[in-house]
Design a protein around this ligand. Structure first.
Ligand SMILES: C[S@@+](CC[C@H](N)C(=O)[O-])C[C@H]1O[C@@H](n2cnc3c(N)ncnc32)[C@H](O)[C@@H]1O
Length: 367
């Protein structure tokens, strides 16, 4: 194809239009009028859907490819969209020269080369959306590339996708912080071959400092399937490191250790009108399932327990997921499913510091 189009991303585009309306309801985006940039538009489908489905939007669709611009122009006419304009330039140029309330960066591969430009274009506040399809780099297949591109150490294990997504979030947060901006993660997920993340970006060094407390290193014990997060300050003191028995752990990071979905957003998703809005569209069920699962994960601790990995470790078969969750619940342990894996659970954050005990309880439930 001369111009990129991926039908499989329809689920993701469904989520974009629903989420933008939701960001308006939660005041992260202006409700009556906002300027959006679909900076890598290709056919223009994402920008056009925003223009037609999100009230108050006025959308600029940009692409560097002249053939894409011809197709975008055709699609605008076909859809009779009035609130759309187009440009053909390197996204970095338009991001330097114009201000937007919403910037969507959807490149081939890594968004890293565009992040700082996008942050600049949001000015004092706005919403940034990025897609990363260089997941192999982020989940540990190319550790050198990850270190170069994201200045972070990746790790190959069953947790790789969550670690990779958190490395991406950590990268954006750190880039923002170096510009005295706070890039608060609103919602992020891993799906098929890509990661997608939405941030509320706001001016403020103090807020940026606060968020940086959630940037940590992960120390992972592969043999025992155990892990913990280490503060960045601590890692910068080699003297402490020498004395610590934790040095045998494998390390990943810096990465973001906070929530993948902001409580304000998970509350909105849990409302029934959002569910109804989603079920009206063709690929809505898939999008709805992801959003509902994500909302359920909002109060969970970072990382998850894969029942198959635990089963291998204990030499036992895991019980069915539903049974495991209900039995844990009967014992006062709150856990949920995770969008990262159909065979994994996450623990509620009230169980911080209890994971060792909970694993021992779980072992008794495996047969
Ligand atoms: C993955 S596609 C975008 C898909 C589209 N957003 C969608 O939802 O269907 C990436 C697009 O970015 C364009 N592109 C690549 N580098 C660019 C740059 N530096 N500035 C602007 N556009 C660029 C490509 O021509 C391509 O059309």
């Amino acid at each position: 194809m001369d111009v990129f189009y991926n039908r499989a991303m329809e689920t993701d585009r469904n989520m974009t239009v629903v989420l933008l309306s939701l960001f308006q309801e939660t005041a992260y985006l202006p409700e009556n009028k906002f300027k959006a940039l679909d900076g890598m538009g290709a056919t223009g489908i994402r920008g056009l859907r925003i223009a037609m489905e999100v009230p108050g939007s006025s959308v600029t669709i940009n692409d560097v490819n002249p053939k894409a611009l011809d197709l975008i122009a055709e699609n605008i006419v076909l859809n009779g969209s009035m609130n759309v304009s187009t440009t053909r330039q390197d996204i970095r140029k338009i991001l330097c020269e114009d201000r937007f309330d919403y910037v969507d960066v959807d490149p081939f591969g890594s968004p890293a080369p565009y992040v700082e430009y996008a942050l600049h274009s949001l000015g004092r506040k706005g919403v940034l959306a990025i897609t990363a399809t260089d997941t192999a780099t982020l989940f540990g297949s190319y550790p050198k590339t990850c270190l170069r591109r994201y200045d972070s150490i990746s790790l190959r294990c069953f947790l790789s996708h969550e670690i990779g997504l958190r490395i991406l979030l950590g990268y954006v947060i750190r880039k923002a912080a170096s510009n005295d901006l706070c890039a608060l993660p609103l919602l992020s997920y891993s799906h098929d071959h890509y990661y997608r993340a939405y941030f509320y970006v706001e001016k403020g060094a103090a807020k940026a400092d606060l968020l940086l407390n959630d940037i940590r290193y992960l120390l992972y014990d592969r043999n025992d399937i155990d892990w913990f997060f280490q503060e960045r300050d601590w890692m910068n003191h080699p003297r402490n490191l020498e004395k610590s028995p934790e040095v045998d752990f494998e390390m990943a990071g810096p990465l973001y250790s906070g929530g993948l979905i902001h409580p304000a957003i998970s509350n909105e998703i849990s409302k029934s009108d959002i569910k109804a809005a989603l079920s009206e569209k063709g690929t809505a069920n898939k999008a709805m399932k992801i959003l509902i699962t994500l909302a359920g994960e909002a109060e969970a601790l970072p990382l998850f327990f894969c029942t198959h990995e635990l089963g291998r470790k204990w030499g036992k078969a895991p019980p069915p997921m539903g049974k495991l969750l209900s039995t844990l619940d009967e014992q006062g342990i709150t856990a949920c499913r995770t969008h990262f894996s159909p065979t994994a659970i996450k623990l509620h954050k009230k169980h911080i510091g209890e994971t060792g005990n909970i694993c021992r309880i779980m072992e008794t439930l495996f047969e």
